[in-house]
Design a protein around this ligand. Structure first.
Ligand SMILES: [Zn+2]
Length: 235
């Protein structure tokens, strides 16, 4: 694929569609495909302290020439968390524990201050499954788009979590030089991946390694660009 010249990559050259609003009223935007619907949805920015995933996915999207986008793209599922630098949304909810799975638990969620620390930072899974506007909006978007596969960018665990064993997961692990794993090593009740598995939607979690945004864009944006162009296997 011929990518867009770099001088033209400074802005997003297509208009998104609004699919909801955050707790604080920020727009939840999806960039719709230029071509016929694909079975893949790509998203980033579920955790607000993982802005590098948003930057890498944005770089991939801005590298695409006109007419080449083959799947819907959500750059920032948690705009309030991204604006505030918090993992959770504006109510302190870890959105990746708020999906309406039977595994959802009402107990607090514990996360790490940094990767080297214990899990001792408390967040909420929400007042109820699917309680947060960001989660509810994504579920409505998924119901409309009906993907069979969701690719979700996170950081910094440096792996491709692909419990369904998809061709896309295998391809991404090879391209990104990351291990492909069947789980992230700890329970994730109420996560998008758990909910997806219950609804026959394979969720591939692309965990970027701990590195500078500059390094990550150089190393990972090119193959994510190929994913957005529909040039890769899916499932
Ligand atoms: Zn994350």
């Amino acid at each position: 694929m011929e990518t867009r010249p770099r001088r033209e990559r400074g802005i997003l050259r297509r208009e998104p569609v609004r699919f909801g609003r955050s707790v604080l009223g920020a727009p939840l935007d999806v960039w719709e495909p230029d071509r016929a619907a694909s079975d893949l949805l790509v998203l980033a920015g579920t955790h607000g302290e993982e802005g590098e995933g948003v930057a890498v996915l944005s770089a991939a999207l801005r590298s695409l020439p006109d007419g080449a986008l083959a799947c819907p793209v959500v750059l920032a599922l948690n705009p309030d968390g991204l604006a505030r630098g918090t993992r959770g949304n504006a109510r302190g909810v870890d959105l990746n524990r708020n999906f309406p799975s039977p595994t959802w638990r009402p107990e607090p969620v514990y996360t790490r201050w940094t990767l080297a620390d214990e899990r001792d930072v408390e967040l909420s899974p929400g007042a109820a499954p699917g309680s947060e506007p960001e989660t509810a909006a994504l579920l409505e978007l998924i119901a409309r788009v009906r993907p069979s596969l969701v690719l979700s960018l996170h950081a910094p665990l440096a792996c491709v979590d692909d419990p369904a064993g998809t061709p896309l997961g295998a391809w991404l692990a090879e391209q990104g030089d990351l291990p492909r794993v069947g789980d992230v090593g700890y329970p994730t009740p109420g996560s998008l991946g758990t909910w997806g598995a219950e609804h026959e939607i394979a969720v591939v979690t692309y965990e970027l390694p701990a590195a500078s945004t500059d390094d990550l864009v150089r190393r990972h944006a090119p193959h994510l660009c190929a994913v957005l162009a529909g040039e890769t296997p899916t499932r």
